[in-house]
Design a protein around this ligand. Structure first.
Ligand code: ZN
Length: 170
């Protein structure tokens, strides 16, 4: 397994749409292992393939951040089948280090996808897990947390990041 460097905001690849996986083979499974290792090494609770330079529809989520390995969720070609309600919560993203934003997301989601073995999975989630799943699925569509924030907040964050880039801190 290997830890992959995570792309930060500013990389054009993060704004692109990922493609569905047509064949799940050992190479894909190895890549998924690397994604999981990378997520844990970064203390994240979720990671999407485009964040590690692959425009593939794969997400990994573990809201226990590795404390309870059985909570790890790997979804290939995930799709949101239903959503209900809305909640606003403070969110971060591994592509936006040290930045958090208040974001509105559905309170409940039903998500379908494939496991690394190619088995159909359907899961229901609420609260933090619903938030993490929709956040990662957003990445597969090139949507980032600043795209979900108010225009004012978005400008503020973009300016902050530009300053950091100039100072060589991003
Ligand atoms: Zn993210």
């Amino acid at each position: 397994m290997a830890i992959i460097s995570i792309l930060k905001y500013g990389e054009p690849l993060l704004l692109e749409k990922s493609l569905p996986i047509e064949k799940i083979d050992d190479e894909i499974r190895r890549f998924i292992d690397d994604m999981v290792e990378t997520m844990y090494a970064a203390d994240g609770i979720g990671l999407a393939a485009p964040q590690v330079r692959e425009l593939k529809q794969i997400i990994v989520v573990d809201i226990s951040a590795g404390e309870h390995p059985e909570e790890l969720i790997v979804l290939i070609n995930p799709e949101i089948k239903a959503e209900e309600g809305s909640v606003v919560s403070e969110e971060g993203c591994l592509s936006f280090p040290d930045i958090t934003l208040e974001i509105e997301r559905p309170r409940y989601v039903r998500v379908r996808g494939l496991s690394p073995e190619g088995k159909e999975l359907e899961l229901e989630a609420e609260g933090l897990l619903a938030c993490a799943l929709t956040h990662e699925i957003d990445h597969l569509n090139g949507i980032l947390i600043i795209d979900r924030a108010s225009p004012l907040k978005r400008d503020l964050i973009v300016r902050k990041i530009r300053k950091k880039i100039k100072a060589g801190e991003w």
